[in-house]
Design a protein around this ligand. Structure first.
Ligand code: ADP
Ligand code: ADP
Length: 226
């Protein structure tokens, strides 16, 4: 029984120039614990698909289920990472990570140790009390990863998490991301336009066609992992 099930998902937007179909009759199953990467040309509908899975936009038709829950509103069980870290400038790295507990009305203090452990896992031990403007772009994105994982989400959704970083930083954060995933083992859906990044990180790569998104290839990546 798959953990995430997209069934005949279609998403259209009305614009002043008519209807844009971003996703067309897409069906996809994702197993629990799978690391799935979705690649495809710019504008093909990748973000729309991810936002629909997060419950932040509704499909025009079709359905998305996670576990035994139908997605019909924001998924509180998700951890989300975007291209930009979106940290609050007036809060330290640690307080930015603990924000995840606060917005979920969880006991912040109960998550402090985990937040510090996550920071250590991405090589940022000692940076808990630094403010975002004291951190490099790569370090800020590592903090955003920790924030997404704090509440032990059942799925982690990432939209081009390395997309804003320069090439050297990207390689480093990619390694941290792999390391983190090997420790948390959550179900991950990663959007990227880098096939190299997809193959490096994921167990499975789905390639989407140009808009409207439909599945052009579905590849199992069988590589030894560290
Ligand atoms: P990708 O993530 O693959 O680059 P998107 O999912 O962002 O693609 O967009 C897919 C298509 O849907 C694009 O043509 C985009 O312009 C269109 N689109 C996305 N969001 C909206 C919106 N809110 N209103 C109108 N069109 C949209
Ligand atoms: P970018 O500025 O492109 O985001 P990095 O994230 O690799 O690049 O960090 C740039 C600089 O920040 C590094 O040269 C290093 O001095 C410092 N830095 C990054 N991560 C750490 C760390 N874990 N410990 C100490 N310094 C770090």
């Amino acid at each position: 029984e798959p953990f995430i099930r997209f069934r005949d998902v279609e998403k259209s937007f009305s614009t002043k120039n008519g209807t844009v179909t971003a996703v067309e009759r897409l069906s996809l199953d994702i197993a629990e614990g799978e690391f799935l990467a979705i690649v495809g040309p710019s504008g093909c509908g990748k973000s729309t698909l991810l936002m629909a899975l997060a419950g932040l936009t509704q499909p025009t038709s079709g359905s998305i289920d996670v576990g035994d829950e139908r997605v019909d509103g924001p998924m509180t069980t998700a951890g989300i990472v975007f291209q930009s870290a979106e940290l609050l400038s007036w809060r330290t790295a640690l307080e930015n990570i603990l924000l995840q507990a606060e917005i979920r009305k969880l006991d912040k203090n109960a998550y402090r140790e985990r937040a510090l452990q996550l920071l250590a896992d991405v090589g940022l031990e000692g940076f808990a009390d630094h403010y975002p403007d004291e951190l490099s772009g790569g370090m800020q994105q590592r903090v955003a990863l920790c924030r997404a994982l704090l509440h032990e989400p059942s799925m982690v959704l990432m939209d081009e998490p390395l997309g804003a970083l320069d090439a050297i930083t990207r390689d480093q954060v990619q390694l941290d991301l792999q390391h983190l995933w090997l420790t948390v083992r959550s179900t991950v859906v990663l959007i990227t336009h880098s096939i190299e990044e997809a193959v490096f990180l994921a167990d499975r790569v789905v390639v989407l066609s140009p808009r409207p998104a439909s599945i052009a290839a579905d590849l199992t990546i069988d590589l030894p992992r560290p």
